[in-house]
Write a protein of this length. Structure first.
Ligand code: SAH
Length: 400
């Protein structure tokens, strides 16, 4: 049996049920050499005085040296636990998620699977797309896939474990079919009445930013008759939602030509007149400045950039980038206009984000009202003991 003994005092975060054990907190790891070498072995974690704290997945190469499976001494880590947790995750989504067939089924720590993401597209005939991002879930991949299939009734499972966080766990980047059919280049989903094409194999992450569903809906509800600017549009999530809500026009900007092509196909899927939308393959920072110089203005602006701060070390630089685009976004807004602005950097708290945006508004020499605080959808819960799970935050502002 693999046993991890913590340094004195280092049990505190575990007693608060935080699920990560950093290498620096560990005094010693004891067990057979093959258990110690094996990535993903289950270990008992104990305090320096020998008190049981948790069972956790051991990750010999990662700074996060172990991730907790269970704080309950009587709960074995086995196939039944995996099945039970997948069933719970599914039952929560079934009862809470509405008006879509693009659902985050498993969201890591919040669903009891540290480092696992499973997005389910297009129902039973569709595909489950998985990202295994830690040693523990990697070691249990086969039973996890079996349980996903048996609980959902969807036989097609595709792996997109190609995010660089895998390397920090000492795991290779892999993609490919785990079960069932090879997915086509495009799967179609319908979210709040809007049709979207999702490229599971080549798209970002698992293919679609499911987390922005509620925010796309909010934009849909506010878009009627408005001229919309959608920055960092990817495949046009917010653009299509705005058009569904009756937007007068949408200018969408992204630096990925492939994503823009999908965005244009989404126009056709929804029978929207191509003339309502302009898709610009360009850098947002430069384009916002150019639009300002041209004197262009909009009634509704969306800023949904990629993660600017990938770690706490990058917060300052990221803050400058967020401030820059928000300042420009505010300046491009007409009186009475709405700005929807987001950050998906886990290292930037909702509080800090609001301060950055407030600074941008101030520098733009305008007034702005916070109408709503925004977050990820209901299928992206976070546990109270793991605030790191709250990565997406946003604000809806109005220029009076
Ligand atoms: N709002 C989208 C998701 C945005 S993801 C949705 O709801 O689906 C962030 C996007 O920003 C990616 O598509 C990426 O290609 C784009 N991007 C990153 N840096 C950029 C830049 N400097 N200029 C333009 N686009 C950029």
């Amino acid at each position: 049996m693999l046993t991890i003994t913590l340094k004195p005092g280092k049990e505190k975060s575990l007693l608060r049920r935080h699920p990560w054990i950093f290498a620096s907190a560990i005094d010693r790891v004891e067990g057979k050499p093959e258990e110690k070498a094996k990535s993903g072995s289950t270990a008992v974690v104990q305090s320096s005085s020998g008190q049981f704290l948790a069972r956790a997945a051991f990750s010999p190469k990662s700074q996060i040296r172990a991730r907790v499976w269970s704080f309950d001494q009587n709960e074995p880590i086995d196939h039944a636990l995996i099945k039970r947790r997948i069933r719970n995750a599914l039952s929560y989504r079934t009862s809470s998620v509405r008006d879509t067939d693009a659902i985050r089924l498993i969201f890591g720590e919040a669903d009891g699977f540290p480092g696992l993401v499973v997005d389910w597209y297009a129902g039973k005939q569709g595909t489950l797309v998985c990202q295994f991002q830690s040693a523990g879930v990697e070691a249990w991949k086969v039973p996890i896939v079996q349980a996903l299939i048996s609980e959902t009734g969807c036989p097609n499972v595709y792996e997109r474990s190609d995010a660089s966080v895998r390397e920090r766990e000492g795991l290779p980047l892999v993609t490919g079919v785990l079960a069932g059919d090879e997915p086509g280049t495009e799967i179609h989903v319908v979210e709040n009445g809007v049709h979207y094409a999702v490229d599971i194999k080549h798209g970002h992450k698992t293919g679609f930013y499911i987390d922005q569903r509620d925010n796309r809906r909010l934009v849909m509800e506010q878009a009627a008759g408005r001229e919309v600017l959608n920055c960092f549009c990817y495949t046009g999530g917010f653009s299509l939602a705005a058009l569904k809500g009756g937007a007068a026009s949408v200018l969408s900007i992204d630096s990925s030509a492939d994503a823009l092509e999908t965005g244009k196909r989404n126009m056709a899927l929804n029978d929207f007149a191509p003339s309502l939308a302009e898709w610009r393959d360009a850098d947002v920072f430069k384009t916002l400045r150019a639009l300002r110089e041209q004197g262009r203005t909009f009634d509704l602006v969306v800023l949904d950039p990629p993660k600017f701060a990938s770690s706490p070390d990058h917060v300052e630089r990221a803050a400058r980038a967020y401030k820059d685009i928000n300042l420009l976004g505010m300046q491009l807004l007409r009186e009475g206009g709405l700005l929807f602005t987001y950050s998906c950097s886990g290292a930037i708290s909702a509080d800090l984000f609001q301060k950055i945006v407030a600074g941008a508004v101030n520098d733009a020499r305008v007034d702005a009202r916070i109408v709503r605080r925004l977050s990820a959808g209901i299928d992206h819960p976070m546990t109270t003991s793991f605030p790191e799970g709250e990565y997406l935050k946003g604000l809806m502002l109005q220029k009076p």
